[in-house]
Write a protein that binds this ligand. Structure first.
Ligand code: HEC
Length: 163
């Protein structure tokens, strides 16, 4: 055996390289497998799950205590007499509850209409006996009160013109 042959078999560099290979290979393999599993899992979010629907997600992640301010510069849209009646007055005036003059019944409205439009509007706005101020809706404007009183009184035989 020559010196050269001996060193080819067992040089210290070869031992180091072998050791690194033996220990590093499994580590690299494990890292690759973990990465593979993670990438497969990432693709497994079920988009059809109702919990993943856009609206559901937004609902979950929305900020707490949203401010829902009305724009104070927005023009107020005055409702029609009919809309106000349906919303705020029909509960009593549709049925005659508490002795309210019934909508569309001329006999109920004749004497009241004879007081004049302004008095009717004033009494509906300020309240009179069992009739609550603005029908219990403080948000109704004067214009809406004028419209709805004309709407109701005219159905009872008057021909008032609202403001
Ligand atoms: C809680 C029941 C109730 C609601 C709601 C209600 N009213 Fe009345 N209203 C009455 C009663 C009761 C009377 C009769 C009061 C009386 O003369 O003793 C009356 C009377 C009136 C009169 C006649 C007033 C007068 O001078 O003779 C008008 C006009 C009127 N209501 C308008 C309205 C309008 C407009 C609304 C909706 C914005 C409304 N009411 C909502 C119970 C109600």
């Amino acid at each position: 055996m020559s010196e050269q042959q001996g060193s080819r078999k067992t040089s210290p560099m070869m031992i180091v390289a072998a050791a690194v290979g033996v220990f590093a290979a499994p580590v690299i393999a494990i890292v690759l497998i973990v990465q593979l599993v993670l990438s497969i899992q990432a693709g497994h979010v079920d988009k059809d799950d109702p919990r993943m629907a856009d609206a559901a997600v937004k609902e979950r992640i929305k900020s707490f205590g949203e401010v829902n301010a009305n724009d104070p510069t927005a023009a107020r849209v005055e409702k029609t007499g009919e809309a106000v009646y349906t919303e705020a007055c029909s509960s009593c005036h549709g049925s005659g509850a508490l002795g309210a003059p019934k909508y569309g019944i001329k006999g109920d409205w004749g004497k009241r209409n004879a007081q004049g439009f302004d008095t009717l509007v004033k009494n509906a706005t300020n309240g009179i006996r069992a009739m609550p101020p603005r029908g219990g809706n403080p948000n109704l404007s004067d214009i809406e009160m004028s419209r709805v009183v004309a709407y109701m009184a005219n159905a009872g035989g008057a021909s008032f013109k609202p403001k």
